[in-house]
Design a protein around this ligand. Structure first.
Ligand SMILES: [Fe+2]
Length: 168
C-alpha cells in the first residue's frame, strides 16, 4: 500500500507586504482570486488559482518579526515554485507578459538537459526563472519529460547517446 500522490495541489507562503504581493500574483502573474480574508489584527490571506482548482497559490501576511523579505540575500527558504504552461507559444507569451511589466528573468530562458548544454538528468523543459516581490524564485516551464510507471530516466534505449552528446 502506497500513498499515490498525483501532483502538488497548492503552495502557500508568507509575504512581507500583502498588498504588494497580492498585486504581483493577480496583476502581473495573472492569478484569479477565489477568496480573500482579512482578520481583526489586519493580517490577510488570499486563495489564488490558475484555472479550475479552488486554489494553487496561497499568500498570507507574515506575522510581525518573521524574516520573509529578501533583504539582500540571494537565497530564500523556498528554493523554487515552478509553474507549467501549455507549450512554447505560451512560454514566450509569459516571458513577454512579464517583460512588459518590468519583471525580468534571473536565469534563462534555457533548456534543462543536454540540448541546452546541461547534463543527462535534465527534464528537457524550456524554462526561465524570476523573483516575486519578496525574492521567492518562480519558474515558468513547458515540455518537461515524464517518467511513466516507475521507468528509469533517462530510458536505457537512449541513455548512452545522451551521455555521448552531453557537454556537462
Ligand atoms: Fe525548476
Amino acid at each position: 500500500m502506497a500513498i499515490n500522490i498525483q501532483r502538488i495541489g497548492h503552495v502557500g507562503f508568507l509575504v512581507s507586504d500583502f498588498e504588494r504581493s497580492f498585486k504581483f500574483y493577480t496583476e502581473v502573474l495573472g492569478c484569479t482570486l477565489t477568496h480573500r480574508t482579512k482578520r481583526d489584527n489586519g493580517s490577510e490571506t488570499a486563495f489564488l488559482r490558475f484555472d479550475e482548482d479552488h486554489h494553487n497559490i496561497v499568500i498570507a501576511t507574515a506575522p510581525p518579526g518573521t524574516d520573509v523579505s529578501i533583504d539582500g540575500q540571494p537565497v530564500r527558504l523556498i528554493q523554487q515554485i515552478a509553474l507549467e504552461v501549455e507549450n512554447r507559444d505560451e512560454f514566450f507569451r509569459a516571458l513577454a507578459h512579464l517583460h512588459e511589466r518590468g519583471v525580468e528573468p534571473v536565469a534563462g530562458p534555457l533548456i534543462h538537459g543536454i540540448e541546452g548544454g546541461g547534463n543527462v538528468g535534465g527534464s528537457g523543459s524550456r524554462s526561465f526563472y524570476f523573483l516575486d516581490p519578496d525574492g521567492n524564485r518562480l519558474e515558468i516551464f513547458t515540455d518537461g519529460m515524464k517518467v511513466p510507471n516507475g521507468e528509469q530516466f533517462p530510458r536505457a534505449e537512449y541513455a548512452e547517446a545522451m551521455k555521448a552528446f552531453s557537454h556537462a
